[in-house]
Structures are given as C-alpha cells and as structure tokens.
Design a protein around this ligand. Structure first.
Ligand code: ADP
Ligand code: MG
Length: 380
C-alpha cells in the first residue's frame, strides 16, 4: 500500500510518501517545512501566519516528494491528512489539499487523528510493524498523555496533564529565563552545564495510582526562585543549575508515571514520542528505567518526535493494510478525540476489579506474583 500523507495541524507543513511491507512501513520520502523562525519573534505560533505558510508551501512540497520517490501521481493508492486535533485554519489547508488530490486521482482520502500519528511514530522510526497492546506516552507542546493502546481506534486514556503540557512548561520557563522559542532545546543546552540537584523543585501528583500530570506548579516554583534572586541571575552557573533542576523535575515525573502506567496496564511495551522526547536526558532516563523494569522501550527518532507527515501516512497505510475501516476524510475537527468513551468505562471497571482482587489476595497472604489470572479482569 502506497500512501501520500499531509500534516498541517500547527506550524509545520509536512508531506511524506510511505509504502507498507508485511513486516514494516517504509518512508520513501518525507519533507518538513518548519515555521519556527517565522513565529519566534512572537514567542509562540500565530495561526494566521501559519495558515498562509501552509498555503504557500504545500503546492511546492507535494511535487518535491513525488520527484524524490520518482513515481507518477497515480502510484498513490490513498491520500491521508491530519483531521484534528489542531489549529482549525491550519488543518483546513492540508485537509482540503488532500481531498482535492484524492478526488482528482479517484483514490480514497483518509483522515488521521494527529495523536494516533504520534502514538504510531515510534514504530516507524524503529522499522517495526505496530504491535498492540502497548502504553504510549506523548509529550509535546500541546499534549502530555499516557494512553493504553489496545488496537487501532481502541485507545484508553490513563493520564493527561491538568494544566500545562510538558513542552509548554519548557517553553514558558525558557521565556522566563530569557531564552528564545521553542524553549525545550535551549533549556536542554543550559541544563547540560548545571547541577540537577541544586534546587528542590516540586513533583506533581506523587501518588502511585495517579497517572495525571501538572506542570504549572513547577513553573511557578521556577519563577519564584528566579524573581526572588535577581542578584543571582547575573551568575550563569546559577541559571544553568536552575534549568538542570527544572529539566530533572519534568523528566522524573514523565519517567515515573510511564513506568507505573506500563505496570498497571500489564503490557510489555512503552512507545514514546512528541517533541519533548527529543530531549537527550529524558531519552537516557527512560532507557535506564525501562532496562531496570524489563520493559521493551520504543522511542521515536527525533525527526519523528516533532510533527511530521510520516506518522500520518504510516498510520493510514497500516490501518488500510490491516483492513481497519479508515476514517473517511470528510471534514476537519480541531477538537477531535482519540478515546473511545465506551471502552473507558469497561477499562476503568476492569482496573478497579484488578486492584480489588490484588488487595484481597495480598490481605489473604498470597504471593503478589500468583494474584489474578488475566481472564478474571480482561475485557477485550
Ligand atoms: P506540538 O505538535 O504540540 O506543537 P511538537 O511535537 O512539535 O509539539 O513539539 C514541540 C515541543 O517540544 C515544544 O514545546 C518544544 O519546546 C519541545 N521540545 C523540542 N525539543 C525539546 C528538547 N530537546 N527538550 C525538551 N523539549 C523539547
Ligand atoms: Mg504534535
């Protein structure tokens, strides 16, 4: 299956061409035109400018990708585009372009959920066909999510942020200490020269069974230290230490909750992606923790962590190849949901039953290992 994919959910115009094989999905070509430099002076994405850039770039990038794969347009078997969530005006450009192309070629047009693309992206980068079930961590500028992925279109939310996303926290702290947007890579560079134990910064929701995140308290704590210590701001080492302590606080929480989510979901794999996963310290800490816990960690390559079209084309191609009914790309939905509400109830009930059974058996003095048989609690 050969699929052309288009991603324009925010400030990246991306196009990719993929081909599925029985064992993997290969990216034959992919281009990303980033608008970071354009939006940098404003400290964030300006939707109106992003829309105009997509409109300008897309008609140039699609022919560029087709030239790279050296195939005629009618080699495309399906056109995929991000349907949501994202900025409405940005989504509309990629989606409309994809629809027009699909109509002109008389090929199907498939709408893909941007978050499903992110969940799938670690598998492309590692050239592995997607293997369910797994726990997915998405940490980006707009999302911080832990998901139990049971199968295509069968996702259960395990935890999410109650305020800022992890990437957003990096961006806001960077702005506070005078670093440019996007802040994640800048903080990482500063943190590499600092002591991560220098400042005692808070970790959100320390309870073991709470898989939600909160980063606004951490951001406020950094602001407190920064604004109270004006004479220290001139000392570069002090700022390096503050950045290192902040980065460690975010990484600690992401790693601890991901490992906990895998344990609670009783799966073997953790697949991680999103812009924050470009962070080398986070990647290293996750590798170490997963090695210790015996978890199969699948990390997206940096080029597939941030927004890209390979993940959109790849998810669409694998779904089509697996015979999953694709979403017919009729319209965009800026608030598109990833989760199946009917599954959530069943899953939550099954987890509660599992925990109750486990507690009862521990009380009876049984060994933790021979607790509940999967059949007693499995609902899928
Ligand atoms: P979104 O699609 O939600 O805008 P992306 O997946 O494109 O997010 O990721 C962008 C986010 O990732 C930004 O918030 C940026 O600061 C963060 N980021 C990128 N590189 C790093 C890094 N090395 N360390 C921490 N955060 C990073
Ligand atoms: Mg994204």
């Amino acid at each position: 299956m050969r699929v052309l994919g288009i991603e324009t959910s925010c400030d990246e115009t991306a196009v990719a061409f993929v081909e599925t094989n029985p064992w993997s999905t290969d990216i034959l070509a992919q281009v990303v035109s980033s608008q970071v430099a354009l939006h940098r002076p404003y400290g964030g994405v300006v939707p109106e400018m992003a829309t105009r850039e997509h409109l300008r770039n897309l008609p140039l990038l699609v022919p560029q990708v087709m030239k790279e794969v050296n195939l005629p347009l009618d080699a495309i078997e399906a056109v995929a585009a991000t349907e949501g969530p994202g900025l409405a005006s940005s989504l509309l450009i990629g989606h409309s372009y994809a629809r027009a192309l699909a109509i002109a070629l008389s090929k199907p047009m498939v709408g893909v959920n941007h978050l499903e693309g992110h969940l799938y992206s670690p598998f492309i980068a590692n050239r592995r066909a997607v293997e369910f079930p797994f726990v997915g961590l998405i940490a980006s500028g707009g999302h911080t999510l832990l998901v139990h992925a049971l199968g295509w279109d069968r996702y259960v939310k395990l935890g999410s942020t109650v305020d800022d996303a992890a990437g957003e926290a990096f961006d806001k702290v960077a702005k506070l200490v005078g670093l440019p947007y996007p802040g994640g890579p800048e903080i990482e560079k500063m943190a590499a020269k600092g002591n991560p134990e220098a400042f005692g910064l808070p970790r959100s929701f320390p309870e073991r069974d709470n898989l939600n995140f909160s980063f606004s308290g951490l951001k406020t704590a950094v602001r407190f230290f920064f604004e109270k210590s004006q004479q220290m701001q001139a000392d570069q080492q002090w700022t390096y230490d503050l950045c290192a302590s902040f980065q460690k606080a975010v990484v600690d929480v992401l790693v601890r909750k991901s490992i906990q989510a895998v344990a609670q979901s009783r799966v073997e794999r953790l697949a991680v992606s999103g812009g924050v996963l470009c962070n080398g310290f986070l990647r290293g800490e996750l590798e170490f923790a997963c090695y210790e816990a015996g978890i199969d960690l699948i990390v997206a390559e940096p080029a597939f962590c941030t927004d890209n079209a390979g993940m959109i084309a790849g998810a669409a191609a694998e779904k089509l190849a697996a015979g999953v009914k694709p979403r017919v790309g009729d319209d965009i939905n800026p608030n598109l949901d990833l989760f199946a509400p009917e599954l959530e109830g069943d899953f939550a009930r099954s987890m509660t039953t599992a925990l109750k059974l486990k507690n009862r058996q521990v009380k009876k003095g049984l060994k933790q290992d021979d607790t509940i048989s999967p059949g007693e609690v499995e609902v899928w």
